[in-house]
Design a protein. Structure first.
Length: 91
C-alpha cells in the first residue's frame, strides 16, 4: 500500500520473503479497495487474519517418513556406525 520497510531474512530466503510481501500487499490492497475499511491499522489486522486463516486451512505438510518418504532407520544406523568406526557403535 505504498509503504517501504527494511526487512531482514535468513540467507537464501529472499524469494520467500518477497512472496510474503506480495501476498500481504495484495491482501491489504484488496481490503482497502473494497472501501469498507479506511484505517491502515485495521486493514493490516484484517489482512493478517485473512492470511493466517488461509494458512490454517491448507493441508498440513507430512513429516519425514510419512507418505512415500519412509526413512530406513537400520540403514542410517549402519552408516553412522561406519562413520564412527573404532570410536564406538550406536547399537
Amino acid at each position: 500500500m505504498g509503504q517501504s520497510y527494511i526487512l531482514g531474512c535468513p540467507e537464501g530466503g529472499e524469494t520467500s520473503l518477497l512472496e510474503a510481501v506480495s501476498n500481504v500487499d495484495r491482501e491489504m490492497s484488496a481490503i482497502r479497495d473494497s472501501g469498507r475499511v479506511k484505517a491502515r491499522e485495521r486493514i493490516a489486522v484484517l489482512a493478517a487474519l485473512n492470511l493466517a486463516f488461509a494458512l490454517a486451512e491448507r493441508p498440513a505438510a507430512k513429516p519425514p517418513g510419512v507418505g512415500g518418504n519412509e526413512v530406513d532407520i537400520g540403514a542410517l544406523i549402519q552408516r553412522l556406525d561406519q562413520a564412527l568406526g573404532a570410536d564406538g557403535q550406536l547399537l
